[in-house]
Write a protein that binds this ligand. Sequence first.
Ligand code: SF4
Length: 321
Amino acid sequence: MDTKSQKTTNFKRAIFLSWYCSKGDCTFCYMSTQKNLITEPMKARRRFESVFAEAIITKACGWDVEFLSGGYDSYTKDELLFIIKTVSQITGEKQWLNLGVLNEKDLTLFSPYVEGYIGTIECINPKIQKIVCPSKPVMPILNTFRICDKLGIKKGITIIIGLGETIDDFPKLSEFIKEHKLQRITFYSLNPHKGTSFTSSPKIEYYVQWIEKTREEFPNLEIIAGAWHDKTRYFSKLLLAGADYFTKFPALKYFGTKKAREIEEEVKFANREFLGTLTKIPEIDLDEEVNRLDITDDLKRRLKLKLNEYIEGMKSTNDDK
Ligand code: SF4
């Protein structure tokens, strides 16, 4: 039997909790162009119903939640706990957190609902890392890794390819994965944002090289690879290079569009079975999905309204985007 043809893949949907970041100065990041515009982090956050509706849609489309991201300065710890717990209840799975550096008290509080913690290393070349992430030193991330080890929480990192590193830096990545016993890595190809100093994305061949080398050296590492919606034709190459899953595609905005269909074709081309869908509107029993959650009746009511809004939005997307 050809086991290759049975290999599956899925879309990993990162759920963002806020559009504020207290660092806000990573030189490649969209947030660095927005920070001065946001003065009240507590207001730059999503409503609970919006986050939970996205989690329900994610599950209904057969996707996985990649991680819960951002929001550390925009919610109280109890609110964050409520979000993590409820998203776990929705998906039936513990979550990965990409919330920045966490202390032992907070991570212990969240830990019953947490599978893994993501350290946003971004660039494996330490000199470049210091320049592109001036307020995000690596040491506090490593301290959080130590807390993860104590609590039995898995560890992963995010790496953006195209920030100035070269393939000669690969041994540094390899060393880092081994030293910190990572279970997961998410690669992104730099997506240059207007207003930042970056103007181009790396070539696909170079991006693929990082994934191939990582897969070759770490057969059991979970590798997730991201590409923006203008690079849908990357996906088969990323999967063929050894990525387990793909991410970053704005799946709700482009649901059922030509770009979404292109990705489904790319998955087939890579000889993978796609566990989710980017094109078929999911059937959701709103009462069943919402009423089982440990949330207030008022939040249930708002969540149903939000879900309807999302579903109508997905129905309205079309090919001329
Ligand atoms: S990369 Fe992360 S930490 Fe850096 S500015 Fe962007 S959101 Fe903030």
